[in-house]
Design a protein around this ligand. Structure first.
Ligand code: FAD
Ligand code: NAP
Length: 339
């Protein structure tokens, strides 16, 4: 276990916000994790877990706490049958490396989630998803350390209670569990999903007769590279807000009042609204306030133009929530985790 005092977290959050933490613990092995829990308890420190830092907003410039940075590694094939291959990944593995591992073997289930930043250990927290795929579709279980009892348990897919960008880790187990391993079941003959317009257009333009997981991955990489700001150049944490889900009747009323609104029917009979469109229609697309604002090419992404404090970004987010509420009566909720 590697411990540093008063460490800057600038390079560990994709928003590029400057903030220091009193104790920084790098966790490279499972043993490091147990040692780090002993360390924080012995020193009576409050603490939080950090993965790739791509879904957090550091609202304070100084944390008198400990950051436990999960950097464990390893992808292992643990089972195989005629239809699938099951892999077990250490929490600190880079998510996109796991996708590449799967696609290189022609396996399906996570290819639409190519290029999502961050670690696999954080993927179950919000049940990551993109272009019609979600983690829950391949997730088998997570090995988790419960920080209050110090027990290590396996939490199954069903127990995770996955929802749209949601799971037990954001509710009952919030701040009570650290994910050590994630097990995924990948399909040998997957049913490919190119339901999203952008993906369909690229696949169609290429004129491929038999689409492969590799082609889907390439299409997603192309789309994301063209559309999303690169955090290395422009600090951001991807979509700042969740897409709200509302009753169909409410959607029909809204649509009459504002025909530009976009909605997609969900499996449980609701309508998922495009939060990006609501933000745009509330006048926030490309709007800048000081060192931060809404990205000009994507209204769901808040960006740090350089030197923005986390509190400034939080304040802009609050204004957006208020304006969208005043315009549409819909309360946006943050997808990003505030610290
Ligand atoms: P962090 O930001 O480090 O942490 C996120 C939360 O998880 C924190 O609360 C942290 O305490 C907790 N945590 C981290 N690791 C563990 C662990 N091992 N055990 C317990 N808790 C832990 N998300 C999507 O769903 N779909 C997308 O398409 C998508 N696109 C993005 C594009 C960009 C450009 C960016 C910057 C972000 C995007 N995101 C997307 C958001 C983000 O990448 C994901 O939510 C990702 O899973 C976060 O992983 P991380 O390792 O960076 O987590
Ligand atoms: P997009 O393709 O322009 O679509 C806009 C919104 O409409 C998305 O939020 C998406 O919902 C929804 N949508 C589009 N086609 C749909 C369909 N066929 N069925 C159901 N819903 C549909 O979105 P984008 O912003 O460029 O992002 C593309 C994908 O990457 C999306 O899945 C998005 O969630 C994901 N992404 C996520 C983040 C993040 O940080 N969470 C950041 C960037 C991109 P969904 O969001 O539910 O898919």
């Amino acid at each position: 276990m590697n411990i540093k005092k008063n460490k800057s977290l600038l390079e560990f959050n994709t928003f590029g916000v400057e903030s220091t933490v009193a104790h920084y613990l790098k966790i490279a092995t499972e043993e490091d994790l147990y040692d780090s829990i002993k360390y924080v308890e012995k020193n009576r420190l409050k603490y939080f877990f950090l993965g790739g830092g791509s879904n957090i907003l550091l609202t304070s410039e100084k944390y008198n706490m400990a950051a436990l940075h999960i950097q464990t590694s390893g992808i292992e094939i643990i089972d195989e049958d005629d239809e699938s291959i099951t892999i077990r990944c250490a929490a600190g593995e880079n998510w996109d490396d796991v996708v590449a591992f799967s696609v290189e073997r022609g396996l399906g289930g996570i290819e639409n989630m190519s290029l999502i930043p961050g670690t696999i250990g954080a993927a179950p927290i919000q049940n990551i998803g993109a272009y019609g795929q979600e983690l829950k579709d391949t997730f088998v279980e997570a090995r988790v350390l419960l920080t209050d009892t110090k027990k290590t348990v396996d939490i199954s897919n069903e127990e995770c209670n996955f929802g749209y960008r949601d799971s037990i880790f954001k509710k009952e187990l919030k701040d009570k569990a650290v994910i050590l391993y994630v097990t995924l079941k990948l399909r040998k003959n997957p049913k490919l999903n190119y339901s999203y317009k952008g993906v369909r257009e690229i696949i169609f333009v290429r004129g491929d007769e038999q689409v492969t997981v590799k082609e889907i991955r390439n299409a997603i990489i192309q789309l994301r590279t063209e559309k999303l700001p690169d955090p290395a150049i422009l600090g951001n944490a991807g979509s700042f807000f969740k897409n709200p889900e509302i009753l169909e009747e409410s959607y029909n009323i809204l649509k009459r009042f504002s025909p530009e609104i976009e909605g997609f029917k969900t499996k449980d009979g609701k309508v998922k609204l495009s939060a990006a469109k609501l933000i745009e229609l509330s006048g926030w697309k490309g709007r800048r306030e000081g060192n931060c604002g809404v990205y000009e090419n994507h209204s769901l992404v808040l960006v740090n133009y350089g030197g923005a404090k986390g509190s400034e970004i939080a304040s802009v987010a609050k204004k957006i929530i208020n304006d969208v509420f005043e315009t549409f009566g819909i309360k946006l909720t943050a997808e990003v985790n505030f610290f």
